[in-house]
Design a protein around this ligand. Structure first.
Ligand code: GDP
Ligand code: MN
Length: 382
């Protein structure tokens, strides 16, 4: 689950990370009032589930309350990475002497939380990782012992030379780890962690992702879910009972079962394509689920072809076929579809599809190659 910066700030603050105060506004007038209450220069920051807000114009410095109002006016209602800004955080502006990156991410390869720090702060860490990987210090943490004091010190020394600064930063490292663990986060990031003009170490941005599977025992955090801020496609998928994860490619995938969905994505890549999404329509699918899945997939402007890969066990192929026919009559798909169905009621499914002008295949390699070709990609297998 994604949470907003202001919510991540609350969690980090509770665990002792030094963070300037701040309040959330839904209108420009509220932003002005908060700025007046805080006094002095403030920063007005878009609260959306996306990074890179600064670059998109969603973070603005305002010297006084009137300027904060103007900043909020321009930020509220703007779209950042397709997400509408409905709230802004108003927080005192810090005087930045230096910016660093500090983050913890759950790493599948090492099966541990991995601490990452870099003095190349403020900018996208993905960019640093791609262009200047030596600038990132990585430290896998053994979850049985947590972050040990000497590890906190060595992370801090990777960023700073001055001992007083190191001492403050080491405390931040410990507090951030504590917050990461307490919130069952899969990501906890401070970018930038700054040293201000007075030599004080402060977190001025915060990002956290929470493990959905832990929410049942974290009611306070579950209550932070902001339905109106969620990606419309992800929300729609959850309401329809589909597992959906958008990706960057152009082959829309509609598959039943998480394992088959993963294998399908692998095969799309193998044949030179790029999957646009992971989508599992689940077991016992009814036609409505297929309709919802097609609506979600086709709402993604990047999708150039749709690949159905259905293994009929509990899922009945004829249900899926009916769903495809119904969906394509209800909405304009606008892109070609490649379909493979095999298993329960396969013959019936093929009959339904063919009667309605679709081709149905049974071979997985063949259908994936076809979907990749329809999307205009793939020069055969790698
Ligand atoms: P992001 O772009 O979504 O990561 O948003 P950030 O909160 O990291 O803000 C982007 C950039 O705005 C930061 O890297 C800073 O350079 C700048 N910024 C944010 N808050 C302040 C502040 O309090 N004072 C100053 N001077 N700059 C700030
Ligand atoms: Mn940031």
């Amino acid at each position: 689950m994604n949470i907003h910066e202001y919510q991540a700030r609350e969690i980090l603050r509770e665990h002792g990370v030094p963070i300037p105060p701040g309040k959330v506004a839904r209108t420009a007038a509220e932003a002005e009032a908060i700025a007046r209450e805080l006094g002095g220069a403030v920063v007005v920051k878009a609260q959306v589930h996306a990074g890179g807000r600064g670059k998109a114009g969603g973070v603005k410095l305002a010297p006084d309350a009137a300027a904060a109002r103007e900043a909020a006016e321009s930020i509220l209602g703007m779209e950042i990475k397709g997400l509408l800004v409905r709230k802004v955080l108003v927080t005192p502006a810090a005087d930045i002497a230096s910016e660093a990156y500090v983050g913890i991410v759950l790493d599948r390869a090492s099966q541990r939380p991995v601490y990452m720090v870099s003095s190349e702060g403020g900018i996208d860490i993905e960019e640093v990782a791609a262009t200047n990987p030596e600038a990132i210090t990585r430290l896998p943490i053994d979850p049985r012992y947590g972050l040990l004091p000497h590890q906190a010190m060595s992370l801090a020394f990777a960023l700073y030379d001055d001992f007083e600064t190191v001492r403050q930063a080491a405390k931040v490292m410990a507090s951030l780890y504590e917050a990461y663990e307490a919130a069952s986060a899969t990501l906890a990031e401070i970018n930038p962690l700054i040293v201000d003009e007075d030599g004080v170490v402060l977190a001025i941005d915060a990002k956290m992702n929470i493990d959905d599977n832990a929410l049942f025992r974290l009611p306070d955090i579950e209550a932070m879910r902001d339905l109106e801020a969620e990606d419309p496609a992800e929300k729609k998928a959850r309401d329809a009972g589909l597992s959906y994860i958008p990706l960057d490619g152009d082959v829309g995938c509609c598959v039943n079962g998480a394992g088959l969905a993963m294998a399908t994505m692998d095969l799309v890549k193998y044949y030179g394509g790029e999957p646009a999404n992971f989508l599992d329509i689940g077991g016992s699918s009814n036609p409505d689920k297929v309709v919802a899945a097609l609506e979600i997939i086709t709402a993604d402007q990047n999708v150039k072809s749709i690949l159905f890969n259905i293994f009929g066990g509990i899922t009945r192929c004829d249900d899926v076929a009916n769903g495809i026919v119904e969906a394509t009559s209800r909405i304009d798909i606008g892109v070609p579809i490649a379909i493979r169905l095999t298993g329960t009621n396969e013959d019936e499914a093929v009959r339904i599809l063919e009667e309605n002008g679709f081709n149905a295949m049974t071979d997985m390699d063949a259908v994936v190659q076809r979907a990749v070709a329809l999307a205009g990609g793939g020069e055969g297998a790698r």
